[in-house]
Design a binder for this molecule. Structure first.
Ligand code: G3H
Ligand code: 13P
Ligand code: ZN
Length: 323
């Protein structure tokens, strides 16, 4: 049996306090995915510079790409790294889209302070049962749990849902009370990946459904997945340097800002970061074909990612100064 490592030994925090403050303060915490050192550095630099709390997310794909133990040590290192940069910001290490009790348990036992159990593809009853099982185990270790109701369109762990199934406001109160979750991810029209909508297609997010959900569970922390905005200047930069990204469109930042002012207290952004890094790397390799030192293209990619994350914190999430 592995040794149990509590996130508390690593200087990490769970999301409870962070969410309580974000709900009353009218802002959202950035939940940024990371798979490697440069992404982690960019996230921490951006959060220290803006004094923002942060949720570091690890997906199943990230675990198999980078190794969960290494990612956990990177996250623990981030606590010290932030202090070295001049500011101790609260850091949550969160499992993104956990799909089984065993995976969540393994993460809880190896230093994660928060887990998502995504039962959104199951029947309502099975989602409740699985989520409840994870909550019971997680809460014994003071780890917070995110559940999900409703199905987002887009690509998620290689599963592609063609249409949204919006969260049913009538179900949220029952789900929250039966499962005991600490936060709830909802489907109101956001979508995973860079190709969320066809250009010109209607893609307003349903702030009316969000308002309805808030009425049923006032003050309860709500999470938005699939919240990348797919900045067109990044798509153009990628394509100008040899890329082929067609018809990539995302969520409006104004709408996300409105959501963050309400009970939405965690906003997940991954694809925009991928675009920022790829654009910077393509530019360097296109303009300097003689370059072969990875630091010469990963460094600019990291800078570009940091700027993107600062922009999100200040102009979309409103979490600057809240650390
Ligand atoms: O929602 C999915 C996240 O963007 C993580 O993506 O599973 O390819 O690491 P991934
Ligand atoms: P994006 O693909 O819109 O960045 O969403 C990321 C996400 O929801 C991670 O869980
Ligand atoms: Zn997601």
């Amino acid at each position: 049996m592995k040794n149990f490592t509590s996130y508390k030994e690593l200087g990490l925090v769970n999301s409870r306090d962070m969410f309580a403050k974000a709900v009353t303060g009218g802002y959202a915490i950035p939940a940024y995915n990371f798979n490697n050192l440069e992404q982690l550095q960019a996230i921490i630099m951006a959060c220290v510079e803006t004094s923002s709390p942060v949720i570091l997310q690890v997906s199943k794909g990230a675990r198999s790409y980078a190794n969960q133990t290494l990612l956990r040590h990177l996250a623990a290192g981030a606590v010290e790294y932030a202090a070295e940069l001049g500011k101790s910001v609260p850091i949550v290490l969160h499992l993104d889209h956990g799909d089984s009790f065993e995976l969540c348990k393994d993460c809880i036992e190896t230093g994660f302070s928060s887990v998502m159990i995504d039962g959104s593809h199951l029947s309502y009853e099975e989602n409740v049962k699985l989520t409840r099982q994870v909550v019971e185990y997680a809460h014994q270790h003071d780890v917070t749990v995110e559940g999900e109701l409703g199905v987002l369109a887009g690509i998620e762990d290689d599963v592609h849902a063609a249409h949204h199934t919006y969260t049913e406001p009538d179900q949220v109160e029952d789900f929250v009370s039966k499962t005991g979750v600490d936060s709830l991810a909802i489907a109101i029209g956001t979508s995973h990946g860079a190709f969320k909508f066809k250009p010109g297609e209607e893609h307003e997010i349903r702030l009316d459904i969000l308002a309805e959900i808030e009425k049923r569970i006032p003050g309860f922390p709500i999470v938005l997945h699939g919240a990348s905005s797919v900045p067109q200047e990044l798509v153009q930069m990628i394509n100008a340097h040899g890329g082929k990204l067609k018809d990539a469109v995302g969520i409006s930042e104004e709408q996300l800002r409105a959501a963050a002012r309400s009970a939405v207290c965690k906003i997940n952004i991954d694809s925009d970061g991928r675009l920022a890094m790829t654009a910077a790397i393509r530019k360097v390799l296109d303009e300097k074909p003689e370059e072969f030192d990875p630091r010469k293209y990963l460094g600019p990619a990291r800078d570009s990612l940091k700027q993107l994350y600062i922009h999100k914190i200040v102009n979309v999430l409103g979490s600057n100064g809240k650390a």
